[in-house]
Design a protein around this ligand. Structure first.
Ligand code: NAP
Ligand code: SF4
Length: 676
């Protein structure tokens, strides 16, 4: 390593008993659902091999159950029999051929499973599951330990370089270690020692089965964030026992799935959980892996340099950019496609039963299908509209060697992303804007901002292809008094062009309505770091004195009285992301934002917003009324071009306003540009 090595801690090798890791980045386990697809092994092999070529030190697969009772769902990933080895060998061979290392994660879902016969230490239903598990008999506990060892042995036969035992996030092992879920009266429950016996015996059994020359990683629950979860002292006791039992590495997990504190979503500050890894690192002598919201090389480098951990666990950031490590090593930080922690195309897709991909990288999971192949027939292409869809289309077309001009009427590229970046936690969109700008420059795209083009002019230019990405405009709604002076369009609020008063009503509780409520209700006290205000708001005991690391949260109340309204009766927030919406809504509730559903809007005047709620007339006194009632496509240019007999492509919000979101916009732009 030379003096000029960027990120020297992150790029330093690490020697294990069985092999050397070429750097400190571990691709963390992530269930992709490719495992369950008919062509899953081939797609997984391509997916992991691309990340191995991208320079990652070690890859950990998504969780595989050691027996049927441990499966996450019927047909979920499992490794319990030699007949399953062939599929795994396709993956391990591909990764090794690409110069990488790969370990299999063994995950027993316990009461988080969704199969017919789910088991746990006790028959206690998880608050996030409709299913009550059956309590394991004592001999079944012993049998399950053998199944873990058998799974590890099979993994070794399949060519994996090691295994990771999933002991965190609230799965079976965690259900044994925590008082919350373990009320057993036999040798596997009661005292801390008894509750921790299950993971210790698993580690010993795997080590005995696989020998010394096989990496054994234990994912330890460093901070549980649930009532009656482990205390700080119990966490350290277990870490020491795991080391003694023969683990090579301790990776850290934060929060059970049933925890009501966000741990990886965009509102969690980068590197927030390093304190939990540091406590473990100080107590053991084997390497410790830090995890969650580590999405840039500088965040990782900082944690390694201050000795919070020895390695970093990155899962989503390697979906976003398989070449994360190589780019960092080659001084190309500005080319890294950074994960923005939106969860939209990875976790939210998985919960919807779809294979994981990535909002900022539509190629994730489609490595073989979506190849950026140089064109043999360079065309002159005009892209009109510099939002997410237009930037994606222009940059990929440019990368393929087309001659692309991108026209944007605003003075900057970004469209809706320029507004979204102002929402708390969504500053991560700046990374996406930086990435696109860099890719446009690399693809020699001629970017013209502050330029409005019309159909006749475009026709005269004789472009070979026209791509319309003119986006959306806020939907106008009809209510008596809609021209009242209290009314401010949401773009002017999010851009900071106009300030809201003390009493605010927001019409429309879709994604944008919630974001505007979040924007207007969030404050940080003077001199308080965002990370401290996050812990304070959500009630995280960073000293880990209390069980689960919980304390009473003390969120800063909203500086404004905010009411968010929708006409549809019932629960608000149904359109929000599955894995982020609950946290957004909880945050608003904690700050005192009021949500009214089943509302009928009557009129707006100097007294405020007049509504009917459950048949009762009422008036909300407001200083500022913000309309977030959805969007309409801007299609004039498209129609004008068609009227001239041209056949332009149309993508993003201009094609379908109801699904104006960056996920669809980027994917459409990307895929279209691959076909031209
Ligand atoms: P949206 O999600 O469609 O929400 C529009 C809201 O306006 C709805 O709550 C609707 O509720 C209300 N509305 C519709 N027509 C109305 C009318 N004529 N009068 C009064 N109210 C009306 O649209 P959006 O908020 O603009 O979001 C657009 C897209 O961006 C969505 O795909 C969204 O998922 C995405 N996005 C998501 C997030 C996030 O998940 N955090 C953030 C930003 C954007 P009622 O009809 O019940 O009144
Ligand atoms: Fe990250 Fe969002 Fe991509 Fe998931 S979809 S990997 S959270 S950028």
């Amino acid at each position: 390593m030379t003096k000029n090595t960027p990120y020297p801690h992150m790029l330093a090798p690490l020697h294990l008993k069985s092999f050397a890791l070429k750097n400190r980045i571990i691709m963390g386990a992530m269930h992709t659902r490719l495992e369950q697809m008919p062509d899953g092994s081939a797609r997984l092999a391509a997916f992991y091999a691309e990340r191995a070529r991208g320079g990652v030190g070690l890859i950990i697969t998504g969780g595989h159950a050691p027996n049927e009772a441990g499966q996450l769902e019927p047909n979920g990933p499992i490794l319990s029999d030699v007949s399953q080895l062939e599929d795994h060998e396709i993956v391990t061979k591909a990764v090794h051929k690409a110069g990488g290392r790969i370990a299999l994660q063994i995950l027993h879902a316990g009461r988080y499973g969704a199969t017919l016969d789910i088991v746990a230490p006790c028959a206690l239903r998880a608050p996030i599951s409709p299913l009550t598990p059956r309590a394991l008999e004592t001999d079944e506990v012993e049998q399950t330990i053998k199944h873990f060892a058998n799974c590890a042995l099979l993994a070794q036969k399949a060519g994996y370089d090691g295994v990771e035992i999933m002991g965190s996030e609230g799965y079976l092992i965690n259900q044994f270690t925590a008082l919350r879920t373990n009320k057993r009266k036999d040798a596997w429950g009661g005292s801390t020692d008894n509750r921790q016996r299950f993971p210790v015996e698993i580690v010993k059994a795997i080590r005995a089965a696989t020998g010394e020359n096989f990496a054994l990683i234990y994912r330890l629950s460093a901070l549980e964030l649930v009532p009656d979860g482990a205390t700080g002292e119990e966490v350290i006791t277990l870490a020491k026992k795991i080391e003694q039992a023969g683990a090579d590495i301790i990776s850290t997990g934060i929060g059970w799935h049933e925890a009501r504190i966000p741990t990886i979503a965009y509102m969690v500050p980068r590197g927030a959980w390093s304190f939990a890894a540091r406590r473990i690192k100080q107590a053991v002598s084997i390497p410790v892996v830090g995890a969650n919201r580590l999405n840039t090389p500088e965040t990782v480098e900082e944690l390694l340099a201050d000795e919070s951990c020895d390695l970093a666990y990155l899962a989503r950031p390697l979906l976003a950019d398989p070449d994360f490590v190589n780019k960092a090593a080659l001084h190309q930080r500005d080319e890294i496609n950074v994960c923005i922690a939106c969860n939209q195309a990875c976790l939210d897709f998985i919960f919807k039963g779809r294979a994981a991909t990535c909002l900022v990288n539509p190629r994730a999971g489609f490595e073989d299908e979506l190849q950026i192949v140089p064109t043999k027939n360079p065309k002159r292409i005009a892209v009109i509209g510099g939002g997410a869809a237009g930037m994606a289309a222009a940059s990929i077309a440019g990368a393929r060697g087309h001659h692309v001009t991108l026209y944007e009427t605003g003075d900057r590229l970004g469209g809706q992303l320029l507004l979204a970046r102002n929402v708390p936690g969504k500053q991560e969109f700046d990374e996406l804007l930086r990435y696109f700008n860099k890719q446009l420059a690399k693809g020699n795209v001629d970017v013209k901002t502050g330029v409005a083009v019309d159909a006749a002019w475009l026709q005269k230019q004789g472009f070979d292809e026209l791509i319309i990405a003119t986006g959306v405009t806020p939907r106008r709604i009809e209510i008596e008094g809609i021209e009242h002076s209290s009314l401010v369009p949401y773009p002017q609020i999010l851009s900071g062009e106009k300030q809201a008063g003390e009493r605010v009503a927001i019409i429309g509780a879709g994604g944008i309505g919630f974001d505007v409520a979040d924007f207007l209700s969030s404050t940080t006290e003077d001199n308080e770091k965002p990370i401290d205000s996050f812990f304070k708001e959500w009630g995280v005991d960073t000293g880990l004195q209390s069980a689960g690391g919980l304390r009473t949260g003390s969120p800063t109340a909203s500086p404004r009285h905010i009411t968010l309204l929708q006409r549809t009766p019932g629960k608000a927030g149904r359109s929000l992301g599955f894995t982020t919406g609950w946290a957004l809504m909880r945050g608003l509730k904690q700050r005192g934002v009021q949500i009214l559903t089943g509302v009928e809007y009557k009129k707006i005047d100097n007294e405020g917003l007049h509504i009917t709620l459950n048949g009762k007339k009422m008036t909300l006194p407001v200083d500022t009324l913000i309309i977030c009632a959805g969007q309409q496509s801007v299609t004039t240019l498209h129609e004008d071009l068609q009227a001239l007999g041209l056949s332009p492509h149309i993508i993003g919000g201009a094609a379908k306003a109801s699904e104006l979101d960056a996920l669809r916009a980027i994917s459409q732009g990307y895929r279209l540009a691959l076909k031209l």
